[in-house]
Design a protein around this ligand. Structure first.
Ligand code: ATP
Length: 228
């Protein structure tokens, strides 16, 4: 099992123990900007992907580890008959009620963190050249910026985001606009970016940008290795 350094990686250690061992890349962008499209393409090129949004969905899906805790805190009416979180009901509640949002996050965040750590450790042990953490609210969270080596922002005009999200879900324009307003602005996100992936064209256009991003990250790793 090749890792980028000879330091041992224990399953118990937290993410900061991976710092310096392989590049830790944060990937963020607004709703519908194309984070999943980018991470899917990076995965095909061999990157290790840890998608915190996917993890959040898994723990709140049917039989997910967060479900009994959510049911206890919020009541059975927030759980669908199949045992999954009723997302639209919870979304409405937490939009109106900051205390409820805090209570939900107090349940989900530690579980997401634990699973994120596990997946990152496992991928690092497998010898991926770098790790990409897909974090929708990376800028807003405040905790990720100190951990990652490089922040990649997926960017497109807000109107494109709205159209894509409306196309893929049953959310109305108003609902999507409300989510956009609750997230960091496009400008704020871009001001933190080390690299920007433009995703305004086709998925084929996106591939060109993703391949160049992959090469740049490998180059950073190469330069680091040769200077150490
Ligand atoms: P979210 O934050 O909501 O999870 P995301 O940033 O991960 O979204 P994606 O899921 O990758 O965004 O993309 C949103 C939708 O737009 C998807 O249906 C995806 O297939 C589509 N999409 C993404 N990029 C493009 C593109 N360049 N051309 C056409 N469709 C695209």
């Amino acid at each position: 099992m090749a890792t980028a350094s000879s330091k041992p990686i224990s399953d118990q250690s937290d993410l900061s123990s991976l710092k310096g061992q392989l590049p830790l890349i944060g990937l963020t962008g607004g709703i519908g900007s194309g984070k999943t499209a980018v991470s899917d393409q990076l995965a095909k090129l061999g990157a290790g992907i840890v998608d915190t949004d996917l993890i959040a969905h898994l723990i709140t899906a049917s039989k997910g580890i967060a479900i009994p805790l959510i049911e206890k805190q919020f009541g059975a009416e927030f759980i669908d008959p199949d045992g999954a979180l009723n997302r639209s009901k919870m979304r409405s509640l937490v939009f109106e009620n900051p205390e409820a949002r805090k209570a939900l996050e107090a349940i989900t965040h530690p579980l997401i963190r634990e699973e994120t750590n596990k997946q990152a450790m496992r991928l690092a042990k497998e010898g991926v050249p770098y790790l990409v953490f897909v974090v929708p609210l990376l800028i807003e969270s405040g905790t990720w910026l100190g951990l990652i080596d490089c922040l990649v922002v997926v960017d497109c005009p807000e109107e494109t985001q709205i159209k894509r999200v409306m196309h893929r879900s049953n959310l109305t324009r108003n609902e999507v606009e409300r989510i956009l307003t609750a997230q960091a602005s496009r400008q704020e996100r871009l001001s933190h970016a080390d690299m920007v992936i433009e995703n305004q064209g086709s998925l084929v256009d996106l591939e060109t940008g993703v391949q160049s991003l992959h090469q740049k990250i490998l180059q950073i790793q190469k330069e680091k290795t040769s200077s150490s």
